[in-house]
Design a protein around this ligand. Sequence first.
Ligand code: ATP
Length: 511
Amino acid sequence: MANKEDNLKKIISHSKEYGFVFQSSEIYDGLAAVYDYGQMGAELKKNIKDYWWKAMVNMNENIVGLDSAIFMHPTTWKASGHVDAFSDPLIDNKDSNKRYRADVLIEEYVEKIRLKTEKDVAKGIKRFGDALDEAQFRATNPNVLRNQTKIDDINARFKTAMEADDLAGIKTLIEDLGIACPISGSKNWTDVKQFNLMFSTEIGAVADSANTIYLRPETAQGIFVNYLNVQKSGRMKIPFGIAQIGKAFRNEIVARQFIFRMREFEQMEMQFFVRPGEEMKWYEHWKAERVKWHQSLGIDAKYYRFHDHIKLAHYANAACDIEFDFPMGFKELEGIHSRTDFDLKQHEKFSGKKLQYFDPELNESYVPYVVETSVGLDRTFLAILSSAFTEEKLENGTERTVLKLPAFLAPVKVAIMPLTRKDGLPDKAREILNTLKYDYNCNYDEKDSPGKRYRRQDAIGTPFCIMVDHQTLEDNTVTIRDRDTMEQERVSIDKIEAILKEKLDIRKVLD
Ligand code: ATP
Protein backbone atom coordinates (compact mmCIF):
# COMPACT_ATOMS: atom_id res chain seq x y z
CA MET A 1 0.00 0.00 0.00
CA ALA A 2 2.83 2.34 0.96
CA ASN A 3 4.18 1.84 -2.51
CA LYS A 4 0.95 2.89 -4.11
CA GLU A 5 0.73 6.03 -2.00
CA ASP A 6 4.34 6.86 -2.89
CA ASN A 7 3.42 6.34 -6.49
CA LEU A 8 0.57 8.85 -6.25
CA LYS A 9 2.92 11.39 -4.68
CA LYS A 10 5.42 10.82 -7.47
CA ILE A 11 2.73 11.24 -10.12
CA ILE A 12 1.50 14.47 -8.52
CA SER A 13 4.97 15.95 -8.42
CA HIS A 14 5.81 14.75 -11.93
CA SER A 15 2.57 16.33 -13.16
CA LYS A 16 3.59 19.63 -11.67
CA GLU A 17 7.22 19.53 -12.77
CA TYR A 18 6.38 18.82 -16.41
CA GLY A 19 3.31 21.01 -16.82
CA PHE A 20 0.52 18.43 -16.70
CA VAL A 21 -1.50 19.46 -13.65
CA PHE A 22 -1.20 22.41 -11.26
CA GLN A 23 -3.14 23.17 -8.12
CA SER A 24 -5.65 25.92 -8.92
CA SER A 25 -4.70 29.41 -7.66
CA GLU A 26 -1.48 28.01 -6.28
CA ILE A 27 0.00 31.43 -5.45
CA TYR A 28 -2.88 31.88 -2.99
CA ASP A 29 -2.12 28.47 -1.46
CA GLY A 30 -4.56 26.72 -3.78
CA LEU A 31 -8.25 25.98 -3.81
CA ALA A 32 -9.12 22.55 -2.45
CA ALA A 33 -10.04 19.93 -5.04
CA VAL A 34 -9.74 22.30 -7.99
CA TYR A 35 -6.94 21.83 -10.53
CA ASP A 36 -5.58 23.47 -13.65
CA TYR A 37 -4.15 21.59 -16.61
CA GLY A 38 -0.81 22.94 -17.79
CA GLN A 39 0.74 22.98 -21.25
CA MET A 40 1.18 19.19 -21.43
CA GLY A 41 -1.97 18.33 -19.49
CA ALA A 42 -4.13 20.46 -21.77
CA GLU A 43 -2.84 18.55 -24.81
CA LEU A 44 -3.27 15.13 -23.22
CA LYS A 45 -6.76 16.03 -22.04
CA LYS A 46 -7.73 17.31 -25.47
CA ASN A 47 -6.43 14.13 -27.11
CA ILE A 48 -8.45 11.95 -24.72
CA LYS A 49 -11.56 14.00 -25.48
CA ASP A 50 -10.98 13.75 -29.24
CA TYR A 51 -10.49 10.02 -29.00
CA TRP A 52 -13.67 9.52 -26.96
CA TRP A 53 -15.62 11.74 -29.37
CA LYS A 54 -14.29 9.93 -32.42
CA ALA A 55 -15.09 6.52 -30.96
CA MET A 56 -18.52 7.61 -29.75
CA VAL A 57 -19.80 10.05 -32.37
CA ASN A 58 -17.82 9.56 -35.58
CA MET A 59 -17.78 5.76 -35.40
CA ASN A 60 -21.49 5.38 -34.68
CA GLU A 61 -23.94 6.50 -37.32
CA ASN A 62 -26.75 6.75 -34.78
CA ILE A 63 -24.91 8.88 -32.20
CA VAL A 64 -24.62 12.65 -32.48
CA GLY A 65 -22.96 15.29 -30.34
CA LEU A 66 -24.31 18.15 -28.24
CA ASP A 67 -22.83 21.10 -26.38
CA SER A 68 -25.41 22.32 -23.90
CA ALA A 69 -25.00 25.18 -21.43
CA ILE A 70 -23.78 24.71 -17.88
CA PHE A 71 -26.61 26.85 -16.51
CA MET A 72 -30.06 25.37 -16.89
CA HIS A 73 -33.52 26.37 -15.79
CA PRO A 74 -33.65 25.65 -12.04
CA THR A 75 -36.73 23.45 -12.45
CA THR A 76 -34.51 21.01 -14.35
CA TRP A 77 -32.86 20.06 -11.07
CA LYS A 78 -36.17 19.81 -9.24
CA ALA A 79 -37.40 17.41 -11.94
CA SER A 80 -34.21 15.35 -12.00
CA GLY A 81 -34.35 14.86 -8.24
CA HIS A 82 -31.07 16.67 -7.59
CA VAL A 83 -32.57 19.43 -5.42
CA ASP A 84 -34.13 16.90 -3.07
CA ALA A 85 -31.87 13.91 -3.32
CA PHE A 86 -28.41 14.72 -4.69
CA SER A 87 -26.69 14.44 -1.40
CA ASP A 88 -24.11 12.35 0.35
CA PRO A 89 -24.38 11.08 3.91
CA LEU A 90 -21.68 12.89 5.87
CA ILE A 91 -20.30 12.31 9.33
CA ASP A 92 -17.83 14.35 11.37
CA ASN A 93 -15.25 13.10 13.80
CA LYS A 94 -15.62 15.24 16.93
CA ASP A 95 -11.94 15.01 17.86
CA SER A 96 -10.28 15.81 14.55
CA ASN A 97 -13.19 17.90 13.22
CA LYS A 98 -12.66 16.08 9.94
CA ARG A 99 -15.64 15.40 7.73
CA TYR A 100 -16.14 12.08 5.94
CA ARG A 101 -18.62 10.48 3.64
CA ALA A 102 -20.26 7.80 5.75
CA ASP A 103 -20.68 5.50 2.74
CA VAL A 104 -17.01 5.89 1.84
CA LEU A 105 -15.89 4.99 5.39
CA ILE A 106 -17.91 1.78 5.10
CA GLU A 107 -16.71 1.03 1.57
CA GLU A 108 -13.09 1.48 2.64
CA TYR A 109 -13.64 -0.89 5.55
CA VAL A 110 -15.05 -3.49 3.15
CA GLU A 111 -12.12 -2.96 0.77
CA LYS A 112 -9.69 -3.72 3.62
CA ILE A 113 -11.41 -7.04 4.24
CA ARG A 114 -11.29 -7.79 0.51
CA LEU A 115 -7.57 -7.05 0.45
CA LYS A 116 -7.07 -9.52 3.33
CA THR A 117 -8.77 -12.17 1.20
CA GLU A 118 -6.53 -11.35 -1.74
CA LYS A 119 -3.51 -11.74 0.55
CA ASP A 120 -4.74 -15.15 1.70
CA VAL A 121 -5.20 -16.21 -1.92
CA ALA A 122 -1.73 -14.90 -2.85
CA LYS A 123 -0.25 -16.87 0.08
CA GLY A 124 -2.05 -20.00 -1.12
CA ILE A 125 -0.70 -19.51 -4.62
CA LYS A 126 2.81 -19.07 -3.25
CA ARG A 127 2.55 -22.22 -1.16
CA PHE A 128 0.87 -24.57 -3.59
CA GLY A 129 1.94 -23.03 -6.89
CA ASP A 130 0.31 -24.42 -10.02
CA ALA A 131 -1.26 -27.21 -7.99
CA LEU A 132 -3.71 -24.71 -6.49
CA ASP A 133 -7.15 -24.48 -8.03
CA GLU A 134 -7.79 -20.81 -7.25
CA ALA A 135 -11.56 -20.95 -7.71
CA GLN A 136 -11.82 -23.94 -5.42
CA PHE A 137 -9.53 -22.31 -2.86
CA ARG A 138 -11.78 -19.25 -2.82
CA ALA A 139 -14.85 -21.43 -2.45
CA THR A 140 -13.52 -23.56 0.41
CA ASN A 141 -10.82 -21.76 2.41
CA PRO A 142 -12.29 -20.94 5.85
CA ASN A 143 -10.58 -17.50 6.11
CA VAL A 144 -11.75 -16.49 2.65
CA LEU A 145 -15.28 -17.68 3.37
CA ARG A 146 -15.43 -15.95 6.75
CA ASN A 147 -14.32 -12.66 5.20
CA GLN A 148 -16.80 -12.98 2.35
CA THR A 149 -19.63 -13.51 4.85
CA LYS A 150 -18.48 -10.41 6.71
CA ILE A 151 -18.48 -8.38 3.47
CA ASP A 152 -21.93 -9.65 2.50
CA ASP A 153 -23.35 -8.84 5.94
CA ILE A 154 -21.96 -5.31 5.91
CA ASN A 155 -23.18 -4.67 2.37
CA ALA A 156 -26.64 -5.97 3.24
CA ARG A 157 -26.91 -3.76 6.33
CA PHE A 158 -25.61 -0.77 4.40
CA LYS A 159 -28.07 -1.34 1.56
CA THR A 160 -31.04 -1.68 3.93
CA ALA A 161 -30.09 1.50 5.78
CA MET A 162 -29.49 3.52 2.58
CA GLU A 163 -32.73 2.38 0.98
CA ALA A 164 -34.71 3.31 4.07
CA ASP A 165 -32.81 6.61 4.34
CA ASP A 166 -31.97 5.40 7.83
CA LEU A 167 -29.11 7.74 8.76
CA ALA A 168 -29.06 6.52 12.38
CA GLY A 169 -28.67 2.97 11.08
CA ILE A 170 -25.63 4.00 9.06
CA LYS A 171 -24.07 5.57 12.13
CA THR A 172 -24.75 2.41 14.13
CA LEU A 173 -23.08 0.36 11.39
CA ILE A 174 -19.98 2.59 11.55
CA GLU A 175 -19.91 2.19 15.33
CA ASP A 176 -20.49 -1.57 15.20
CA LEU A 177 -17.62 -1.98 12.76
CA GLY A 178 -15.40 0.05 15.07
CA ILE A 179 -14.35 2.41 12.30
CA ALA A 180 -11.96 5.05 13.64
CA CYS A 181 -11.04 8.45 12.19
CA PRO A 182 -7.73 8.05 10.33
CA ILE A 183 -6.56 11.42 11.68
CA SER A 184 -7.51 11.32 15.37
CA GLY A 185 -7.86 7.57 15.69
CA SER A 186 -11.03 8.14 17.72
CA LYS A 187 -14.50 6.67 17.27
CA ASN A 188 -16.22 9.79 18.53
CA TRP A 189 -18.64 10.46 15.66
CA THR A 190 -21.45 12.96 15.12
CA ASP A 191 -24.79 11.86 13.70
CA VAL A 192 -24.94 11.24 9.96
CA LYS A 193 -26.46 14.12 7.95
CA GLN A 194 -27.37 14.51 4.30
CA PHE A 195 -25.41 17.20 2.44
CA ASN A 196 -26.50 18.49 -0.98
CA LEU A 197 -23.62 18.57 -3.44
CA MET A 198 -24.92 21.19 -5.86
CA PHE A 199 -23.33 24.63 -6.07
CA SER A 200 -25.82 27.46 -6.39
CA THR A 201 -25.61 31.07 -7.48
CA GLU A 202 -27.98 33.83 -8.58
CA ILE A 203 -28.83 34.73 -12.10
CA GLY A 204 -29.56 38.37 -12.96
CA ALA A 205 -29.10 41.43 -10.79
CA VAL A 206 -31.52 40.72 -7.95
CA ALA A 207 -30.46 38.29 -5.28
CA ASP A 208 -33.63 36.57 -4.25
CA SER A 209 -34.35 32.90 -3.98
CA ALA A 210 -36.46 32.89 -7.15
CA ASN A 211 -33.24 33.64 -9.05
CA THR A 212 -31.24 30.76 -7.61
CA ILE A 213 -29.66 28.61 -10.26
CA TYR A 214 -27.24 25.74 -10.05
CA LEU A 215 -23.98 24.81 -11.65
CA ARG A 216 -24.86 21.51 -13.32
CA PRO A 217 -23.75 18.49 -11.28
CA GLU A 218 -23.89 16.27 -14.38
CA THR A 219 -24.06 16.92 -18.10
CA ALA A 220 -26.84 14.38 -18.65
CA GLN A 221 -29.79 16.70 -18.00
CA GLY A 222 -28.70 19.00 -20.84
CA ILE A 223 -29.08 15.97 -23.11
CA PHE A 224 -32.49 14.99 -21.76
CA VAL A 225 -34.08 18.41 -22.15
CA ASN A 226 -32.73 18.60 -25.71
CA TYR A 227 -33.52 15.07 -26.79
CA LEU A 228 -36.57 15.99 -28.88
CA ASN A 229 -34.81 19.01 -30.41
CA VAL A 230 -32.02 16.74 -31.59
CA GLN A 231 -34.34 13.89 -32.59
CA LYS A 232 -36.54 16.16 -34.70
CA SER A 233 -33.89 18.39 -36.24
CA GLY A 234 -31.61 15.43 -36.93
CA ARG A 235 -34.49 13.10 -37.90
CA MET A 236 -33.03 10.50 -35.57
CA LYS A 237 -34.64 7.08 -35.28
CA ILE A 238 -34.66 5.09 -32.09
CA PRO A 239 -32.30 3.62 -31.01
CA PHE A 240 -30.03 6.66 -31.09
CA GLY A 241 -27.58 8.38 -28.80
CA ILE A 242 -26.56 11.91 -27.86
CA ALA A 243 -23.01 12.47 -26.63
CA GLN A 244 -21.61 15.42 -24.77
CA ILE A 245 -18.35 16.45 -23.12
CA GLY A 246 -18.49 19.19 -20.55
CA LYS A 247 -17.88 20.56 -17.10
CA ALA A 248 -19.81 19.42 -14.06
CA PHE A 249 -19.62 20.75 -10.52
CA ARG A 250 -20.07 19.01 -7.18
CA ASN A 251 -19.35 20.32 -3.73
CA GLU A 252 -17.61 17.09 -2.74
CA ILE A 253 -17.19 16.48 0.96
CA VAL A 254 -14.05 14.44 0.82
CA ALA A 255 -11.80 15.75 -1.87
CA ARG A 256 -8.25 14.76 -1.20
CA GLN A 257 -7.32 12.50 -4.05
CA PHE A 258 -5.73 14.72 -6.64
CA ILE A 259 -7.79 14.86 -9.85
CA PHE A 260 -9.74 11.74 -8.88
CA ARG A 261 -12.31 13.71 -6.90
CA MET A 262 -12.65 17.34 -7.89
CA ARG A 263 -15.22 20.01 -7.25
CA GLU A 264 -15.05 21.12 -10.88
CA PHE A 265 -14.49 18.33 -13.37
CA GLU A 266 -15.37 17.15 -16.83
CA GLN A 267 -17.63 14.33 -17.92
CA MET A 268 -17.92 12.51 -21.24
CA GLU A 269 -21.46 11.24 -21.34
CA MET A 270 -23.64 9.47 -23.86
CA GLN A 271 -27.35 8.92 -23.39
CA PHE A 272 -28.76 6.19 -25.60
CA PHE A 273 -32.51 6.34 -26.25
CA VAL A 274 -34.18 2.97 -26.77
CA ARG A 275 -37.58 1.30 -26.96
CA PRO A 276 -39.09 0.47 -23.58
CA GLY A 277 -38.34 -3.14 -22.79
CA GLU A 278 -35.14 -3.20 -24.85
CA GLU A 279 -33.05 -1.37 -22.29
CA MET A 280 -31.35 -4.42 -20.77
CA LYS A 281 -30.09 -5.55 -24.17
CA TRP A 282 -28.58 -2.11 -24.75
CA TYR A 283 -27.25 -1.92 -21.21
CA GLU A 284 -25.26 -5.11 -21.85
CA HIS A 285 -24.22 -3.80 -25.26
CA TRP A 286 -22.79 -0.57 -23.82
CA LYS A 287 -21.10 -2.34 -20.94
CA ALA A 288 -19.16 -4.41 -23.46
CA GLU A 289 -18.50 -1.48 -25.80
CA ARG A 290 -17.15 0.74 -23.04
CA VAL A 291 -14.78 -1.92 -21.75
CA LYS A 292 -13.49 -2.34 -25.29
CA TRP A 293 -12.89 1.40 -25.50
CA HIS A 294 -10.88 1.43 -22.28
CA GLN A 295 -8.86 -1.56 -23.38
CA SER A 296 -8.08 0.03 -26.71
CA LEU A 297 -5.89 2.40 -24.69
CA GLY A 298 -3.47 -0.47 -24.31
CA ILE A 299 -3.68 -0.63 -20.52
CA ASP A 300 -3.46 -4.14 -19.08
CA ALA A 301 -6.90 -5.72 -18.47
CA LYS A 302 -5.98 -6.42 -14.84
CA TYR A 303 -6.40 -2.71 -14.09
CA TYR A 304 -10.15 -2.88 -14.75
CA ARG A 305 -13.08 -4.54 -13.04
CA PHE A 306 -16.86 -4.25 -12.94
CA HIS A 307 -18.69 -3.31 -9.82
CA ASP A 308 -22.47 -3.75 -9.75
CA HIS A 309 -24.21 -1.13 -7.67
CA ILE A 310 -25.53 -2.33 -4.36
CA LYS A 311 -27.94 0.53 -3.99
CA LEU A 312 -29.49 1.66 -7.25
CA ALA A 313 -30.02 5.38 -7.72
CA HIS A 314 -33.63 6.52 -7.74
CA TYR A 315 -33.65 6.62 -11.55
CA ALA A 316 -31.99 3.30 -12.41
CA ASN A 317 -33.11 -0.31 -12.94
CA ALA A 318 -29.57 -1.57 -13.50
CA ALA A 319 -26.21 0.08 -12.90
CA CYS A 320 -22.57 -0.79 -12.73
CA ASP A 321 -19.23 0.93 -12.59
CA ILE A 322 -16.10 0.21 -14.53
CA GLU A 323 -13.50 0.50 -11.81
CA PHE A 324 -9.84 1.19 -12.37
CA ASP A 325 -6.88 0.27 -10.21
CA PHE A 326 -5.79 3.86 -9.48
CA PRO A 327 -2.75 4.61 -7.31
CA MET A 328 -5.25 4.76 -4.41
CA GLY A 329 -6.84 1.40 -5.25
CA PHE A 330 -9.81 0.22 -7.31
CA LYS A 331 -12.26 3.10 -7.75
CA GLU A 332 -15.00 4.17 -10.13
CA LEU A 333 -13.86 5.37 -13.53
CA GLU A 334 -17.11 5.14 -15.47
CA GLY A 335 -20.75 4.56 -14.63
CA ILE A 336 -23.11 2.67 -16.92
CA HIS A 337 -26.73 3.09 -15.94
CA SER A 338 -30.04 1.96 -17.27
CA ARG A 339 -31.98 5.10 -16.31
CA THR A 340 -35.41 3.86 -17.49
CA ASP A 341 -37.78 6.63 -18.60
CA PHE A 342 -37.37 8.35 -15.24
CA ASP A 343 -35.70 11.56 -16.41
CA LEU A 344 -37.85 12.15 -19.48
CA LYS A 345 -41.06 11.41 -17.56
CA GLN A 346 -40.01 13.80 -14.81
CA HIS A 347 -39.30 16.53 -17.36
CA GLU A 348 -42.70 15.91 -18.94
CA LYS A 349 -44.30 16.28 -15.54
CA PHE A 350 -42.47 19.43 -14.51
CA SER A 351 -42.52 21.20 -17.90
CA GLY A 352 -45.99 20.13 -18.97
CA LYS A 353 -44.55 19.35 -22.43
CA LYS A 354 -44.84 15.98 -24.14
CA LEU A 355 -41.48 14.28 -24.64
CA GLN A 356 -42.77 11.31 -26.58
CA TYR A 357 -41.25 9.75 -29.64
CA PHE A 358 -43.36 8.42 -32.47
CA ASP A 359 -41.98 5.06 -33.52
CA PRO A 360 -42.89 4.59 -37.18
CA GLU A 361 -42.12 0.86 -37.09
CA LEU A 362 -44.43 0.18 -34.16
CA ASN A 363 -46.82 2.93 -35.21
CA GLU A 364 -47.05 4.16 -31.62
CA SER A 365 -45.69 6.90 -29.37
CA TYR A 366 -43.79 6.36 -26.16
CA VAL A 367 -41.29 7.98 -23.82
CA PRO A 368 -37.99 6.25 -24.63
CA TYR A 369 -35.88 4.42 -22.07
CA VAL A 370 -32.33 5.57 -21.62
CA VAL A 371 -29.02 3.79 -21.17
CA GLU A 372 -26.24 6.09 -20.04
CA THR A 373 -22.48 5.78 -20.21
CA SER A 374 -20.74 8.41 -18.12
CA VAL A 375 -16.99 8.57 -17.79
CA GLY A 376 -14.94 11.17 -15.97
CA LEU A 377 -12.45 12.86 -18.24
CA ASP A 378 -10.14 13.74 -15.36
CA ARG A 379 -10.32 10.20 -13.98
CA THR A 380 -9.51 8.82 -17.44
CA PHE A 381 -6.57 11.25 -17.53
CA LEU A 382 -5.37 9.97 -14.15
CA ALA A 383 -5.85 6.34 -15.19
CA ILE A 384 -3.82 6.85 -18.35
CA LEU A 385 -1.16 8.94 -16.63
CA SER A 386 -0.70 6.60 -13.68
CA SER A 387 -0.46 3.48 -15.79
CA ALA A 388 1.98 5.22 -18.16
CA PHE A 389 4.26 6.47 -15.38
CA THR A 390 7.35 4.25 -15.38
CA GLU A 391 10.68 4.47 -13.61
CA GLU A 392 13.28 2.42 -15.41
CA LYS A 393 16.77 1.29 -14.56
CA LEU A 394 18.84 1.31 -17.72
CA GLU A 395 21.64 -1.05 -18.69
CA ASN A 396 24.29 1.61 -18.16
CA GLY A 397 23.20 1.98 -14.52
CA THR A 398 21.32 5.26 -14.99
CA GLU A 399 17.59 5.72 -14.48
CA ARG A 400 14.91 7.35 -16.49
CA THR A 401 11.31 8.35 -15.85
CA VAL A 402 9.20 7.76 -18.88
CA LEU A 403 5.51 8.20 -19.61
CA LYS A 404 4.60 5.23 -21.76
CA LEU A 405 1.48 6.91 -23.06
CA PRO A 406 -0.34 5.46 -26.06
CA ALA A 407 1.40 7.32 -28.90
CA PHE A 408 -1.83 8.74 -30.32
CA LEU A 409 -2.61 10.42 -26.98
CA ALA A 410 0.85 11.82 -26.25
CA PRO A 411 0.87 15.62 -25.79
CA VAL A 412 3.86 16.01 -28.08
CA LYS A 413 4.06 13.51 -30.91
CA VAL A 414 7.50 14.35 -32.28
CA ALA A 415 10.46 16.29 -30.94
CA ILE A 416 12.85 17.62 -33.55
CA MET A 417 16.40 18.25 -32.43
CA PRO A 418 19.52 19.51 -34.13
CA LEU A 419 22.57 17.72 -32.72
CA THR A 420 24.35 21.06 -32.26
CA ARG A 421 23.41 24.68 -32.68
CA LYS A 422 26.00 25.12 -35.41
CA ASP A 423 26.69 24.25 -39.05
CA GLY A 424 23.15 24.93 -40.25
CA LEU A 425 21.69 21.99 -38.29
CA PRO A 426 18.99 24.16 -36.63
CA ASP A 427 17.81 25.40 -40.03
CA LYS A 428 17.54 21.86 -41.30
CA ALA A 429 15.66 20.80 -38.15
CA ARG A 430 13.24 23.71 -38.51
CA GLU A 431 12.60 22.74 -42.12
CA ILE A 432 11.43 19.33 -40.91
CA LEU A 433 9.38 20.94 -38.13
CA ASN A 434 7.67 23.16 -40.67
CA THR A 435 6.46 20.18 -42.66
CA LEU A 436 5.23 18.20 -39.64
CA LYS A 437 3.57 20.93 -37.59
CA TYR A 438 0.38 20.89 -39.69
CA ASP A 439 -0.39 17.33 -38.65
CA TYR A 440 1.22 16.92 -35.24
CA ASN A 441 1.97 18.82 -32.09
CA CYS A 442 5.77 19.03 -32.37
CA ASN A 443 8.46 20.26 -30.07
CA TYR A 444 11.67 21.90 -31.23
CA ASP A 445 14.52 21.38 -28.78
CA GLU A 446 18.14 22.43 -29.22
CA LYS A 447 19.22 23.01 -25.63
CA ASP A 448 21.49 20.69 -23.59
CA SER A 449 23.09 17.40 -24.53
CA PRO A 450 21.10 14.92 -26.63
CA GLY A 451 20.86 12.58 -23.63
CA LYS A 452 19.26 15.27 -21.51
CA ARG A 453 16.89 16.21 -24.28
CA TYR A 454 15.81 12.59 -24.73
CA ARG A 455 15.14 12.31 -20.98
CA ARG A 456 13.00 15.45 -21.09
CA GLN A 457 10.94 14.04 -23.95
CA ASP A 458 10.65 10.66 -22.16
CA ALA A 459 9.28 12.48 -19.12
CA ILE A 460 6.44 14.00 -21.12
CA GLY A 461 5.84 10.82 -23.10
CA THR A 462 6.94 11.99 -26.58
CA PRO A 463 6.91 8.79 -28.64
CA PHE A 464 9.38 9.92 -31.34
CA CYS A 465 12.47 12.12 -31.43
CA ILE A 466 14.08 13.14 -34.69
CA MET A 467 17.77 14.04 -34.51
CA VAL A 468 19.34 16.14 -37.25
CA ASP A 469 23.12 15.61 -37.37
CA HIS A 470 26.04 16.20 -39.70
CA GLN A 471 25.23 13.18 -41.80
CA THR A 472 21.85 14.81 -42.49
CA LEU A 473 23.65 17.54 -44.42
CA GLU A 474 25.40 14.93 -46.53
CA ASP A 475 22.67 12.43 -47.33
CA ASN A 476 19.37 13.92 -46.13
CA THR A 477 18.82 11.28 -43.45
CA VAL A 478 17.94 11.67 -39.76
CA THR A 479 17.58 9.31 -36.83
CA ILE A 480 14.19 8.58 -35.34
CA ARG A 481 14.33 7.44 -31.74
CA ASP A 482 11.58 5.31 -30.28
CA ARG A 483 10.62 6.31 -26.70
CA ASP A 484 9.97 2.79 -25.42
CA THR A 485 12.82 0.83 -27.00
CA MET A 486 15.17 3.86 -27.08
CA GLU A 487 16.38 2.50 -30.40
CA GLN A 488 17.36 4.88 -33.16
CA GLU A 489 16.75 4.17 -36.77
CA ARG A 490 18.30 6.15 -39.60
CA VAL A 491 15.77 7.12 -42.23
CA SER A 492 15.59 9.40 -45.18
CA ILE A 493 13.83 12.73 -44.52
CA ASP A 494 11.29 12.15 -47.26
CA LYS A 495 10.13 8.98 -45.46
CA ILE A 496 9.41 10.72 -42.12
CA GLU A 497 5.84 11.69 -42.87
CA ALA A 498 4.86 8.21 -43.99
CA ILE A 499 6.55 6.60 -40.97
CA LEU A 500 4.79 8.89 -38.51
CA LYS A 501 1.47 8.49 -40.24
CA GLU A 502 1.78 4.74 -39.88
CA LYS A 503 2.86 4.83 -36.24
CA LEU A 504 0.37 7.43 -35.08
CA ASP A 505 -2.60 6.18 -37.06
CA ILE A 506 -5.67 6.30 -34.86
CA ARG A 507 -7.60 4.02 -37.22
CA LYS A 508 -5.94 0.92 -35.90
CA VAL A 509 -6.98 1.83 -32.38
CA LEU A 510 -10.54 2.73 -33.36
CA ASP A 511 -10.95 -0.55 -35.24
P1 ATP B 1 -18.35 8.68 -6.93
O1 ATP B 1 -19.13 7.50 -6.39
O2 ATP B 1 -16.88 8.40 -7.11
O3 ATP B 1 -18.64 9.95 -6.23
P2 ATP B 1 -20.47 8.99 -8.81
O4 ATP B 1 -21.05 7.61 -8.79
O5 ATP B 1 -21.14 10.05 -8.06
O6 ATP B 1 -18.91 8.92 -8.42
P3 ATP B 1 -21.44 9.57 -11.43
O7 ATP B 1 -22.49 10.47 -10.93
O8 ATP B 1 -21.84 8.22 -11.92
O9 ATP B 1 -20.29 9.43 -10.31
O10 ATP B 1 -20.60 10.35 -12.52
C1 ATP B 1 -20.07 9.73 -13.67
C2 ATP B 1 -18.57 9.85 -13.73
O11 ATP B 1 -18.15 11.19 -13.51
C3 ATP B 1 -17.84 9.05 -12.68
O12 ATP B 1 -17.68 7.71 -13.08
C4 ATP B 1 -16.53 9.77 -12.57
O13 ATP B 1 -15.61 9.30 -13.54
C5 ATP B 1 -16.89 11.21 -12.87
N1 ATP B 1 -16.93 11.97 -11.61
C6 ATP B 1 -17.96 12.03 -10.73
N2 ATP B 1 -17.65 12.83 -9.71
C7 ATP B 1 -16.40 13.29 -9.93
C8 ATP B 1 -15.52 14.18 -9.23
N3 ATP B 1 -15.89 14.75 -8.11
N4 ATP B 1 -14.30 14.44 -9.77
C9 ATP B 1 -13.92 13.86 -10.93
N5 ATP B 1 -14.70 13.02 -11.62
C10 ATP B 1 -15.93 12.74 -11.15
